[in-house]
Design a protein around this ligand. Sequence first.
Ligand SMILES: Nc1nc2c(c(=O)[nH]1)N[C@H]1C(S)=C(S)[C@@H](COP(=O)(O)OP(=O)(O)OC[C@H]3O[C@@H](n4cnc5c(=O)[nH]c(N)nc54)[C@H](O)[C@@H]3O)O[C@H]1N2
Ligand SMILES: Nc1nc2c(c(=O)[nH]1)N[C@H]1C(S)=C(S)[C@@H](COP(=O)(O)OP(=O)(O)OC[C@H]3O[C@@H](n4cnc5c(=O)[nH]c(N)nc54)[C@H](O)[C@@H]3O)O[C@H]1N2
Ligand code: SF4
Ligand SMILES: [Mo]
Length: 709
Amino acid sequence: MNAPAKIQDSSTRITIGHSACPHDCPSTCALDVEVLDGNRIGRVHGAKDNSYTAGVICAKVARYAERIHHPDRLLKPLIRSGAKGEGAWKEASWEAALDLVAEKFTAAEEKHGSETVWPYFYAGTMGLVQRDSIERLRHAKKYSGFFDTICTNLAWTGWVMGAGRLAGADPREMAVSDCVVIWGTNAVVTQVNVMTHAVKARKERGAKIVVIDVYDNATMKQADLGLVLKPGTDGALACAAMHVLFRDGLADRAYLEKYTDDPHGLEAHLKTRTPEWASAITGLSVDEIEAFAHLVGATKKTFFRLGYGFARQRNGSVNMHAALSLATVTGCWQYEGGGAFHSNSGILKLDNGLLKGAKLRDPRIRYLDQSRIGAVLTGASDALYGGPPVTAMLIQNTNPANVAPEQRLVKQGFLRDDLFICVHEQFMTDTAKLADVVLPATMFLEHDDIYKGGGNQHVTLGPKLIDPPEGPRTNLYVIEELAKRLGVSDRPGFGMTEREHIDHLLASRNLGTFDTFCEERWADLQPPFDEAHFISGFGHPDGKFRFRPDWTGTPAPGKPPKSMGTQGNWAALPEFPDHVELIEVADPEHPFRLATSPARSFLNSSFTETPGSQKREVRPELRLHPDDAAELGIADGDRVEIGNARGEVVIHAKLFDGLRRGVVIAEGIWPNSAHERGEGINVLTGSDAGPPYGGAAFHDTKVWLRKAA
Ligand SMILES: Nc1nc2c(c(=O)[nH]1)N[C@H]1C(S)=C(S)[C@@H](COP(=O)(O)OP(=O)(O)OC[C@H]3O[C@@H](n4cnc5c(=O)[nH]c(N)nc54)[C@H](O)[C@@H]3O)O[C@H]1N2
Ligand SMILES: Nc1nc2c(c(=O)[nH]1)N[C@H]1C(S)=C(S)[C@@H](COP(=O)(O)OP(=O)(O)OC[C@H]3O[C@@H](n4cnc5c(=O)[nH]c(N)nc54)[C@H](O)[C@@H]3O)O[C@H]1N2
Ligand code: SF4
Ligand SMILES: [Mo]
């Protein structure tokens, strides 16, 4: 299975094991891992012969040894012995800890009915077996459902409204493009492989790289044209660029006639969306908007790489749809190296029904909104959908006390005496600190799993390469053991090993087995050109791209289950691409707009514990325009207080002129304890459901700020 051992020196034997990065990153890199003496790891490398990874991975995963062999890893089940959140624990055996969890879940169910238990999980591991098995337990037990809105909803909805399918041009084609537009993704930081392919195009064919963001970030430093606009105004930029294309004969009218729903309606609608109009909204100059429009209009092979970041605004679905509409007006879809891409999650379908227990699902059971966990746990009746309070939770692969919006409400909820919480974790996170029972979890190199790459087209195996330390157990183990204690272990899908689940998933698409994947490592599922570029039709029934989206309609991956009704204010959404002021517009009490962009050395709340990341990120900082700072009497490095109706946070000022006045940026989701007062940046962010189907607007927050006392 592994490449032949190479001998480094007489004492250490190094073999290379193959895996996939399990973290919540669109790149899902194929990895070559140095395994030392069969039980520790050395450096981690990107697989050179994987056509998307192409030998490149981020620095934080290259240094994975410092995370997996970290001295602070959780090694023992812990049961709370003091007050909630106090930090007093006693060690317990696995048997005793699991018995306690099962006992508490059963008691909660007896008192309030099964919907009182809320399994809460996300993508801390993207491994299908370890991530999704919790769904099987929840269906089998009729526990409350989980509507996952924290990350992809606003973006995916906007894309699918236009294209009809969550797929797009092969991202490797960026390497043969003449212009790569990197829009609302800080790719250098969040998915480095985008840069591999984009930079190759520049080196080999002189391609231009355009970056559109709200600050001059690490990716914009690599751009030929960098556009720094105000947060939440990308729809205006896209509309003005389309206006210029129609005005100057750069719209591909023949293509539009054939492939789109209403090009004439669009053109008429855009008449008033001039560069002057957009300039006032975005803060960009008319010249910048004209230059951008002419570049993408005149360059047939333009590749639009649309990220998540610009959709994390309350008008994010509209902005995503507008940017995608711009790509379509240029006609770039027809050319290799042209087109648009956001996610391939729609092409990498494996039959996960057995894994997730789909047949066990009772459609009458309510779903609760992941992002509204604060409202749910503090008993807001609209958040509970008329059902019982949540009084028991199992949390895997996520750290909501840190990453969810409206942190004060979340914490208040967690501290409720009548709420029992079990957290299965690798480290003592902000969430684990508030639990009643903490169970130690394995890491990806210590268990078997299989991974799908949203930002590429591969399904990649991650077999177990080393033994875990004594103590941590897999997610699958926890689910299976709870199923036994809760009386559902005889239901379909239970009692299977990781390898059996993987064989079953692969068989559904005739991709082979766990064993064949040990040899082949991955499968490349890229659809043919005509399908990926929508030459054979877009994903809507009539095969046409929709400039006029049906915001309430199907098909939309983020659409809530029927039982939730319509979440957002879809009535406020526009008929055609537009700028809609559904954002938290600055006002006299809150003159600034805050975006909480990603930090390079952290991945969400992960890697905040590793020495390499801590050394590089240093401390939480707020990027602030020097002229704004001068007006407020704030100097570089000063402590500033930043706040709104949801709360206030103290952070250090970093004067920075690479953003618009009135905009501030806080990079990274630091642990709450890294901030004064032990409260993190998500004290400030809102959890209201972005239209049409919900989703958290993490970069859309109005705030005041002042020098801290
Ligand atoms: N190093 C690192 N890598 C990560 C993560 C991380 O936290 N750190 N997170 C992972 C996860 S879970 C995800 S979903 C992906 C997300 O990765 P991305 O798709 O890159 O999305 P974001 O990280 O939300 O933000 C990207 C950029 O959008 C910008 N932005 C914010 N508002 C606007 C706007 O209104 N318009 C425009 N044009 N830009 C705006 C931000 O400033 C930021 O630079 O990254 C993954 N990879
Ligand atoms: N302010 C602000 N907040 C944000 C964002 C933002 O841009 N700004 N981004 C949002 C986005 S896009 C996302 S996706 C969320 C993500 O936020 P989280 O879901 O918290 O993300 P991660 O850090 O990826 O993973 C969470 C935990 O999973 C654990 N874990 C990893 N593997 C395993 C495993 O195999 N088993 C178990 N039991 N645990 C495991 C890790 O130790 C980690 O503590 O944050 C959101 N919050
Ligand atoms: S770039 Fe993303 S997928 Fe690749 S190793 Fe880093 S975190 Fe993992
Ligand atoms: Mo995410």
